[in-house]
Write a new protein. Structure first.
Length: 478
């Protein structure tokens, strides 16, 4: 079947033919028309001669010569097709993940819970079929990522603690099995080395934790998954790449890399490195255990020939500076990366951009220092006043008062006490709590929307009868 283009959709136009950065040859292309308004959230290249990128509005873009002529990139819509933009919002019906174990099979997942698959990915919209898992109690929202290491196995990561697996990727809804974790995690990315090892990453469902969440399985088809927390990882974790059972590379919203040579070994088996930036690392890809690349939402590429060698083993290069700031904050965001070999990577980006990199690992493995037009740092919150470690209440209710501030200008603060829902707040903030152990968390949201890390204050409240023997009198009793 020949390629089909919907009327009015043009092929790619060259956005920039950039000067090589530290030995890296790269080109940026941008879709024209409505596709050029859409974010491309993921990309998969099983070979250097075949790539598929996916994005908002059910958009799929394919190429059989990714680093060749611009006309060889072909956009089309799959499934229900595009939605009519409302208020300039083009990214409805988002395809968030795609995985192609070979040029003869691609599987994609959507934020609305649909699964698209094709055994002829370049065949246009008619060559893609749709599966909806909602009818069998599956996740009808928030499918974020998919990994198909072979033609006969795929696993997808979803919201509300759900993981979806199949041994028949082109089968109907009954071919997909759904496992639900005890915790309602939002799982943003997944990578499977085979049907006997999968690693997914994400965050708590209420987004209140400052720690990334990792879920692993050595028998995913049986629905057996183990949840752990990345040691030292601050903020939600996103894409993950596991080229083998002895290496996984991920990143988080604080711009840190998370690396493990034993991904099923629990939190202590993961090391965290400063990625050199201040914005979230969105995706990673490893051609082998000694060749890894990660990208972030500031147009940056991180590359290493020794991914487990610590921060100094990763290079850091800014490819696309902000066009303007802050009005075009995400105009250079990179969302997906795929590196089938050490000599070639393709990156999917915001506003219909596709970036191809030749020799991405040719850079000297030394951090490059400051970026051009560097993104603003995430605001850091400091708690200036909080209750002491131990406090006494006479009538069973204790008024816990907190004062806090953040560096720089912020849009708002978000506070949480214990397991209550996070709420917008101002300093000072007072809570009424009972006897027991308590934890207060607060973080700032910058003017650009970047969320800073949580600051925490722990304290304990006793009634007079519970007051520890020999403890000094509290500073105040309420």
């Amino acid at each position: 079947m020949g390629r089909r283009l919907l009327p009015g959709i043009c092929v790619l136009a060259l956005l920039a033919s950039a000067t090589p950065a530290q030995g890296m040859d790269w080109q940026v292309r941008q879709l024209e028309g409505e596709p050029g308004q859409l974010s491309l959230f993921a990309i998969s290249c099983p070979t250097v001669s075949f790539c598929v990128a996916v994005g908002g509005n059910n958009l799929v873009v394919t190429s059989t010569d990714p680093s060749g002529p611009l006309a060889d990139w072909h956009p089309f819509y799959v499934g229900a097709g595009p939605v009519v933009p409302e208020g300039g919002f083009f990214n409805g019906r988002q395809i968030r993940g795609v995985s192609c174990p070979s040029p003869s099979l691609c599987v994609a997942v959507t934020f609305e819970g649909l699964i698209y698959s094709s055994t002829n990915p370049t065949g246009g919209s008619a060559a893609w079929q749709t599966v909806d898992l909602g009818g069998q109690g599956g996740p009808n929202t928030h499918l974020y990522g998919v990994s198909c290491p072979t033609m006969y196995f795929c696993a997808a990561a979803a919201g509300k603690g759900k993981l979806v697996t199949t041994a028949d990727p082109t089968g109907d809804a009954s071919a997909w099995s759904i496992a639900t974790l005890p915790q309602p995690l939002e799982l943003h990315g997944i990578s499977c080395t085979s049907a006997s090892l999968c690693v997914a990453v994400g965050e708590d469902g209420d987004k209140s934790t400052a720690d990334g969440q990792i879920v692993t399985s050595t028998n995913p088809l049986a629905g057996l998954w183990t949840v752990s927390r990345a040691s030292g990882s601050q903020g939600a974790m996103f894409g993950v790449a596991c080229p083998s059972p002895t290496l996984c590379v991920s990143g988080n919203e604080a711009g840190n890399l998370a690396v493990s040579v034993n991904p099923t070994g629990g939190p202590v088996a993961w090391d965290t490195y400063d990625g050199g930036g201040s914005v979230q690392i969105t995706a990673s890809s490893c051609a082998s255990n000694s060749k890894c690349v990660a990208v972030d939402n500031n147009g940056d590429v991180l590359a290493s020939k020794n991914p487990t060698g610590g921060q100094q083993a990763w290079s850091f290069t800014n490819l696309i500076p902000y066009a303007s700031y802050p009005s075009d904050l995400n105009g250079n965001a990179f969302w997906g990366v795929s590196c089938p070999t050490a000599d070639f990577c393709a990156v999917s980006a915001t506003k219909g951009k596709i970036v191809t990199l030749d020799e991405p690992l040719a850079v000297d493995p030394t951090p490059t220092g400051k970026k051009q037009r560097r993104a603003p740092k995430r605001p850091k919150t400091t708690i200036a006043l909080s209750p002491g470690p131990i406090n006494r209440t006479t009538h069973g209710i204790f008024k816990a008062r907190f004062r806090f501030f953040a560096n720089g200008r912020v849009r708002r603060f978000v506070c949480r006490i214990d397991r209550r829902k996070p709420r917008a707040c101002r300093s000072p903030k007072t809570y009424r709590v009972g006897a027991g152990r308590h934890v207060f968390r607060v973080r700032a949201v910058g003017l650009t929307g970047f969320k800073g890390p949580f600051a925490k204050a722990k304290f304990r409240v006793f009634t007079p009868r519970q007051w520890p023997p020999g403890a000094p009198p509290p500073a105040s009793a309420r």
